[in-house]
Ligand binder design. Structure first.
Ligand code: ATP
Ligand code: MG
Length: 556
C-alpha cells in the first residue's frame, strides 16, 4: 500500500467531524471510473483522494466500474484501469464492483418509483423533450405522459424490459419538478431502451439505467459514507439525494464535490484523448506524451512521484490550471535523489586522443551517484576514440562556453583532462572529428602545468559504446489550454517527439524499464517498456535536468 504522509483538506475536515460526532464509525469511499478509456492524471487525483482517505482513516475504498453505457465501454479498459490503480500503489476492498452488478436492484427501484407515482414512461421524441425542458430562465412544461397511472407505467416499463419497444420510442423518467431551477431535476430520464451487448451482462438487458440514477444507488448499496466527485456534479447532488430519499434503501452517502485537475499544455478528457489515439496522432493510450497513467509510467514516472504530485496540488473547490512544471518537479526531485548516473551521447561527434595508444583501453571507476556512496561504482572503459556531444565542441568560443574549444582544456567526466588540437570538417563545414591530447596525470586531479580545464563534458568510449535510440519529449500541445481552442488538434506541438540515434556506456546494455538513469548533463531517461531490447536499446526522456520554464534546477 502507498504510505504517504496525510495532508489535510476540506474533505478530510468533514470526515473528521463525522467520525467525531459518531455519524459514521468508519469511512468507506469508492473510485468510480467509467471503463470508456484509460485513466489519466486527473483520475489519479481522485484515486489518491479516495484511496488515501481510506488508508489514513483505516477505512476502505471500492473500485467500481460505472458501466451504464455499453456502447462506449470495453473490457480492455476495465483491465487497464485495474492495472493503473494497482500500479499507483492502492488496493481496493474485495473484488472490483460493477454498477452492472446492480442492474436487477436498479430495475427494482425503478419499479418502486413507478408504483409510488414517481416515475413515468414517456413516448415524447427527444426533440419534444428538449423543447418541454425549458431553459435556465424559463420553467419547463409537463409532458403529456406525466399523469399516466402507475399500473399503466408499470406495464409499459415491463414491455420495454421485454424488448417490445424500439430504441428512442419510449423512456422512463423520474417525476420531480419541471420548474426546478436545477435542470437535472426537470423529470430526468432514468431508464432507456438500448439493444446493446454489454461487456459484463451480455445480452441480458435491453434497458439500461442512466448514470445519475445508477450512481447514487450503487453508492448506497455498497455502504459508501462519503461519495467524492468533481464539481460538475454539484447540481446533480439534488438528484442524487432525491433518488435515495424516495426509494427503500437505508443508506444515504454524502456527496461532496471538489475541483477537477486541469494540467497545462495537455487535454484531460477521455473523449479528446481517445480522438488522439483513434486518429493516430499519438502511438496509443500509453504514448509517453499522453497524460494517461500508462503514458506517464512508460515515460518513467514512478507511482510515488504521481502520488506526490496529487498531494502537492491539494484538494479544493477552486477551478485551476496546474503548471506542467509542478508535475515534472515531482519526478525530478525523486530521480535526482535515487537514479544512478550514467553517460550517454545523443548527438555523437568523434574524438580521437592522439597520444593514447590505439591498441590500449583501460577500465576507469565511476561513482553511480555523486552524493550517495551506497549506490556503488561501475567500470567505465576508456580508449583512444570516444564519442562526445556535437554541442560540446566549438572551434572558437567566448569565455561563457565552458566546454571543449581548440587549444583549450576540458575534463572528461570521470576521466582525464584533454586539450583540443585540430578538427576535420566536411565540405559544408560540419565538424566530423576532433583531435586531442590527454594528460595521463589528471585522473581525479588537476593538471600540474596550469592548463586548468574550464568545464566537464560527458563521453562514451567508441570501442565499447552501445548504440541507442533516444526519444526526447516536449509538451504535447503548443498552447497552455488546448481545450479552449476551436479544434484542439490544431494546436498539437509538432516537436513533441524528437528522435536521436547515439550511444550509451556499456553498463546500460541490459537497461530495463524498471530502472531510470540520469544521463549526465542531459536528463533523466528510462528504457522504453515496449520497444527497447538488448539488441536495440530505446530510451525515453522522462524529464530534463532543470525546469526550462522557470529556469530553476536541482541537479547538475
Ligand atoms: P473524462 O472527462 O476524462 O472523461 P470522467 O469524469 O468522465 O472523465 P470517469 O471515469 O467518470 O471520467 O471518472 C472517474 C472519477 O474520476 C470520477 O469520480 C471523476 O470525478 C474523477 N475525475 C475524472 N477526471 C478528473 C479530473 N480531471 N480531476 C479530478 N478528478 C477527476
Ligand atoms: Mg464520466
Amino acid at each position: 500500500m502507498a504510505a504517504d504522509a496525510p495532508r489535510s483538506n476540506f474533505i478530510r475536515q468533514i470526515i473528521d467531524k463525522d467520525l467525531a460526532s459518531g455519524k459514521h464509525a468508519s469511512v468507506h469511499t469508492r473510485f468510480p471510473p467509467e471503463p470508456n478509456g484509460f485513466l489519466h492524471i486527473g483520475h489519479a487525483k481522485s484515486i489518491v483522494l479516495n484511496f488515501g482517505i481510506a488508508e489514513d482513516y483505516q477505512g476502505s475504498c471500492n473500485l467500481r466500474f460505472d458501466d451504464t453505457n455499453p456502447l462506449k465501454e470495453k473490457v480492455d479498459y476495465v483491465t487497464s484501469i485495474q492495472e493503473d490503480v494497482s500500479w499507483l500503489g492502492y488496493q481496493w476492498q474485495g473484488t472490483p464492483r460493477y454498477a452492472s452488478n446492480y442492474f436487477d436492484q436498479l430495475h427494482g427501484y425503478a419499479i418502486e418509483l413507478i408504483n409510488k407515482g414517481l416515475a413515468y414512461a414517456d413516448f415524447s421524441s427527444q426533440e419534444q423533450m428538449r423543447e418541454m425542458r425549458g431553459t435556465l430562465k424559463e420553467p419547463g412544461v409537463n409532458s403529456p405522459y406525466r399523469d399516466t397511472s402507475p399500473a399503466e407505467n408499470l406495464a409499459i416499463f415491463q414491455a420495454m424490459t421485454a424488448g417490445q419497444y424500439q430504441e428512442g420510442e419510449v423512456c422512463l423518467r423520474a417525476k420531480i419538478d419541471m420548474a426546478s431551477p436545477f435542470m437535472c431535476m426537470r423529470d430526468p430520464v432514468i431508464y432507456r431502451v438500448r439493444f446493446a451487448h454489454h461487456h459484463q451482462t451480455g445480452d441480458r438487458w435491453c434497458v439500461y439505467p442512466m448514470y445519475d440514477f445508477t450512481h447514487c444507488i450503487s453508492d448506497a448499496i455498497e455502504g459508501i459514507t462519503h461519495s467524492l466527485c468533481t464539481l460538475e456534479f454539484q447540481d446533480n447532488r439534488r438528484l442524487y439525494d432525491w433518488v435515495l430519499d424516495n426509494i427503500s434503501i437505508d443508506c444515504h452517502p454524502q456527496q461532496i464535490e471538489f475541483s477537477r485537475l486541469n494540467l497545462q499544455y495537455t487535454v484531460m478528457s477521455k473523449r479528446k484523448l481517445n480522438q488522439l489515439v483513434e486518429e493516430g496522432l499519438v502511438s496509443g493510450w500509453d504514448d509517453p506524451r499522453m497524460p494517461t497513467i500508462a503514458g506517464l509510467r512508460r515515460r518513467g514516472y514512478t507511482p510515488a512521484s504521481v502520488r506526490e504530485f496529487c498531494h502537492r496540488i491539494g484538494v479544493t473547490k477552486m477551478d485551476n490550471q496546474v503548471e506542467m512544471s509542478m508535475l515534472e518537479s515531482c519526478i525530478r526531485d525523486e530521480l535526482n535523489q535515487h537514479a544512478p548516473r550514467a553517460m550517454a551521447v545523443i548527438e555523437p561527434l568523434r574524438l580521437v586522443i592522439e597520444n593514447y595508444p590505439a591498441d590500449q583501453h583501460e577500465l576507469l571507476q565511476a561513482p553511480n551517484h555523486p552524493n550517495d556512496d551506497s549506490m556503488g561504482q561501475r567500470q567505465l572503459p576508456f580508449a583512444r576514440e570516444i564519442w562526445i556531444e556535437a554541442d560540446d565542441f566549438r572551434e572558437e568560443a567566448n569565455k561563457k562556453y565552458k566546454r571543449l574549444v581548440l587549444g583549450k582544456a576540458v575534463r572528461l567526466r570521470n576521466a582525464y583532462v584533454i586539450t583540443a588540437e585540430r578538427a576535420d570538417k566536411n565540405a559544408d563545414g560540419t565538424i566530423t572529428t576532433v583531435y586531442c591530447r590527454y594528460d595521463a596525470d589528471t585522473l581525479g586531479k588537476d593538471p600540474v602545468d596550469g592548463n586548468k580545464p574550464k568545464g566537464v563534458i560527458h563521453w562514451v568510449a567508441a570501442s565499447h559504446a552501445v548504440a541507442a535510440e533516444f526519444r526526447l519529449y516536449d509538451r504535447l500541445f503548443k498552447v497552455a489550454n488546448p481545450a479552449a481552442e476551436d479544434d484542439f488538434v490544431d494546436s498539437l506541438n509538432p516537436q513533441s517527439l524528437v528522435v536521436k540515434q547515439g550511444f550509451v556506456e556499456p553498463s546500460l546494455q541490459q537497461a530495463s524499464a524498471a530502472q531510470a538513469y540520469q544521463f549526465e548533463r542531459i536528463g533523466y531517461f528510462v528504457a522504453d517498456s515496449k520497444d527497447s531490447s538488448a539488441a536495440q536499446l530505446v530510451f525515453n526522456q522522462t524529464v530534463g535536468l532543470r525546469d526550462t520554464w522557470t529556469g530553476s534546477s536541482d541537479a547538475e
